[in-house]
Design a protein around this ligand. Structure first.
Ligand code: SF4
Length: 275
């Protein structure tokens, strides 16, 4: 008897499993709902505004255009039930929008959108690597001046300290691997645009980094398989618990563990993951 394996693996789920296996179970296996949060919704709003901006012809991607895109996206967001669930009063709602505007303005400080040559925005890629289905949504895939691929990911939270920079690049290296598998071309560069500071963190995928990532993905998947087989997803209390949506279900926080989801026999090989 065992938990059902997730069907696909994404960078965010990899990161969740590494941070706390129990949180991974709640999210990827139990599929427990997560209430909306203001930072996550603001991040989605900024992504939506930049997505609209990069849909415009290059010469039209000006700051006024970016702010118009943000206003249009905000009109839509403010009608969403998830936004209403945040329960923001007028002042908090204005602060929410002001911060989104600051992030969009910072995006244009970091780079000039009229010089970017995007070939995919919010691009969903899915590929099977050594029997494991990997999935990722790339904020922006573009070509540099030499026609080489560049992966760009926007971050609306705080940038990591130098010590943790490499760890935070795991997601964009994962996207690089997807590109290499699907397009037969390794991106020349991957970058995180941290809009809050603003600062750009850049890395250059190599044979070594790609091999290392493949190994990590394989090892992590084996750990997920084992946890499913043994029904053993342990809590890992730490600073991230403050932001965890599953505290009410977490024994480490005095919560009550939900009953296991569907119990099914494990079939091997069945290397498939969850987004
Ligand atoms: S509250 Fe902490 S230990 Fe519990 S599931 Fe969430 S992250 Fe893991």
């Amino acid at each position: 008897m065992a938990f059902e394996l997730p069907s696909r693996l994404s960078p965010s789920k990899m990161s969740t499993f590494k941070d706390c296996a129990l949180s991974f179970r709640f999210s990827a296996i139990d599929h427990l709902p997560e209430p909306p949060s203001a930072p996550a919704m603001r991040g989605s709003l900024v992504h939506a505004a930049l997505e609209q901006l990069y849909a415009l012809p290059a010469p039209e991607r000006t700051l006024p255009a970016a702010l118009s895109c943000l206003a249009a996206a905000a009109d839509t967001f403010c009608e969403l039930p998830e936004y209403a669930e945040l329960g923001l009063d007028d002042e908090e709602g204005q602060a929410f929008l002001d911060e989104a505007e600051r992030l969009v303005r910072n995006a244009l400080i970091l780079e000039d959108p009229t010089t970017i040559h995007p070939i995919g925005i919010e691009l969903r890629l899915e590929v099977e690597v050594e029997g494991l289905r990997l999935i990722g949504i790339i904020d922006r895939l573009e070509l540099d001046a030499d026609g080489r691929l560049v992966v760009t990911d926007y971050k609306t939270g705080r940038a990591p300290s130098e010590k943790f920079e490499q760890g935070r690049l795991g997601g964009v290296h994962f996207y690089s691997l997807l590109c290499e598998e699907l397009f037969g071309q390794r991106p020349a560069k991957v970058q995180l645009l941290h809009l809050a500071e603003p600062v750009t963190i850049t890395s250059y995928p190599t044979d070594q980094s790609t091999r290392g990532l493949r190994r990590k993905v394989g090892a992590l998947w084996q750990a997920v398989e084992l946890a499913c087989e043994r029904e053993d997803f342990r809590p890992k209390p730490g600073p991230l618990c403050s932001w965890c949506s599953f505290q009410d279900h977490c024994p480490a926080q005095g919560g009550v563990l939900p009953a296991p989801p569907s119990i099914i026999p494990v079939e091997r090989p069945a290397l498939v993951a969850a987004s």
